[in-house]
Design a protein around this ligand. Structure first.
Ligand code: PRP
Length: 216
């Protein structure tokens, strides 16, 4: 008998696009489109149950097995390194993790570099590879403010269009990693629901491929 797959979807604009891919891949859920404050939606016939979670929490639900699969940004996967399987790059929510700083910034190697970021592990790993000594200043948002107020020399943050940087007289200096949304799976679920999860990942890969072919 086919087992139901529990899916943690990231709330928000990316989540709507991600849901569309699931639905086009043979896992529709009419319920989820009805105005409602419910958080869990099931289509038993399609063998799927969806729930909306805060995007940065998806990996936690999947790692702990509250969801069998989910969609999380590569930024979260690099920062928290959850013990999950990464099954598919959805190619959505594309952006990059970058070092940015004031226009014309020149690093003074004689001083410890002060780096403000929401992603301390990603920043630490990056500068360790560069053998550069740094001081991490962990912030929770509006990272761009830090160099403007002299709290840090540079930032490590997500750059999508570059508008936030430009409007604050900052510029991208180095790319740390390309980022996009990934389909992830709980490790135990993958053992117990192997066929169901594989079929889902394959159907999604095929949907994405079709989309690519139809985009000029
Ligand atoms: C991200 C990031 C930048 C902005 C970059 O912030 O931290 O501030 O988006 O986008 P852009 O290059 O298109 O301008 P987010 O919206 O996630 O908010 P937060 O920093 O408050 O978490």
């Amino acid at each position: 008998m086919r087992q139901t797959i529990d899916v943690a979807l990231p709330k928000g604009r990316l989540g709507e696009k991600v849901l569309a891919i699931f639905e086009e891949s043979g896992y529709p859920c009419p319920e989820i489109h009805r105005e409602s404050r419910r958080l869990i939606f099931e289509n038993a016939d399609a063998g799927i149950r969806y729930f909306w979670v805060k995007p940065s929490d998806v990996a936690i639900y999947v790692e702990r097995g509250a969801a069998d699969v989910g969609v999380a940004g590569k930024d979260i996967l690099l920062e928290y390194v959850p013990a999950v399987y990464e099954l598919l790059d959805l190619g959505m929510g594309r952006c990059r993790m970058a070092v940015a700083g004031p226009k014309g910034f020149r690093d003074n190697l004689e001083r410890t570099l002060r780096v403000a970021t929401k992603f301390p592990r990603i920043a630490r790993d990056y500068y360790a590879r560069e053998s550069r000594e740094i001081d991490i200043i962990k912030l929770n948002g509006s990272i761009e403010l830090a160099p403007l107020l002299g709290l840090s020399d540079v930032i490590v943050d997500i750059v999508e269009t570059g508008t936030t940087l430009r409007e604050n007289n900052l510029e991208p200096l180095e790319t740390v990693a390309p980022i996009s949304a990934r389909l992830i799976a709980n490790k135990a679920s993958y053992q117990f629901k192997t066929e169901e999860i594989r079929a889902l990942a394959e159907a999604m890969a095929a949907s994405l491929e079709r989309k690519k072919e139809n985009t000029p």
